[in-house]
Ligand binder design. Sequence first.
Ligand code: NAP
Length: 306
Amino acid sequence: MQQDFDFVIIGAGAAGLTAAQYGARANLKTAVIESGTKGGQALLINELENYPGIFPAVNGFEFAQTMQNQAQTFGAQFFSGKVQSVDKCKGLFVIKTEKDQFTAKALLLATGAKHRSLGIPGESELAGRGVSYCATCDGPFFKNKPMVVIGGGDAACDEANFLANLSDCVYLVHRRETLRAQAAVAERALKNPHIKPMLNKIPVKIEGTSKVEAILLKDTQTGEETRLETAAVFIFVGMEPQNELIEMAHRDANGYIITDENMMTSIAGLFCAGDLRAKPFRQVVTAAADGAYAAHGAELYIQQTK
Ligand code: NAP
């Protein structure tokens, strides 16, 4: 069945949900299509503590639920489904999922980015059996056991702090001398007595038969190998853009989509917001701001092309 909208948004993370609210409030007939749980990366945040005006911290899942309720209250419609294709035909975007077809005068891609994997032996074999990409989801399974976190960015430090509430032995393994995370986030991890930094170390192999038993690390300076016994390996080594749906829009060398200040891509009427967009700082608050700009840009675009 085909349904016609002014503004269709693919992806219901912080960017998509904000755009939905702004689009609906601007009286655009607005639809949001999402294949998974609504909320995007915010769902993985145990305590969202740096969103202005939300204090004390809230759980990421509850935050996303509130955003969705807010958008629905203003009239945005939500659909579940995986988008198979996006085409532009006679000025209208045609979006197909497995069972539905939508048209849109303006389209927003807010599909975000997905976790990067290490590609070392044991990682895929032991995924779900101690290898995880979500501390909030899986950390409680390894309560009071040694755990390893890989990465030196905000995600690794934040998640190591979360896991340090569950275990007094959390190794934070990073391949450089200093952490890449924002100063306050890195400092909190380094000061946590339950977190043991393992710097200048790269993971070489995750060991275990039916579940994770150990990880092998190699020192980047001496080449020396260390075997750490652990029940779990949490991997936070960055994200990759989910850009498959728009091969024709301009992107940067890493695959992130380039937009103008109204979030419009190189294709007229096609907008991009959130973690998928080429930008220097990926946060819930910057995703939400992108979403607001994109809805405003879509409104202007629709007016101008009437
Ligand atoms: P990130 O900032 O790109 O950090 C990825 C980390 O993984 C880097 O330290 C990198 O090392 C390391 N790494 C990459 N590939 C590796 C490999 N093959 N082996 C070992 N280590 C590897 O990614 P992120 O931490 O997932 O954060 C993504 C975005 O979300 C960032 O913009 C971040 O600011 C944002 N975020 C913010 C918060 C917050 O504000 N609290 C929380 C989570 C995420 P190098 O340092 O050597 O490159």
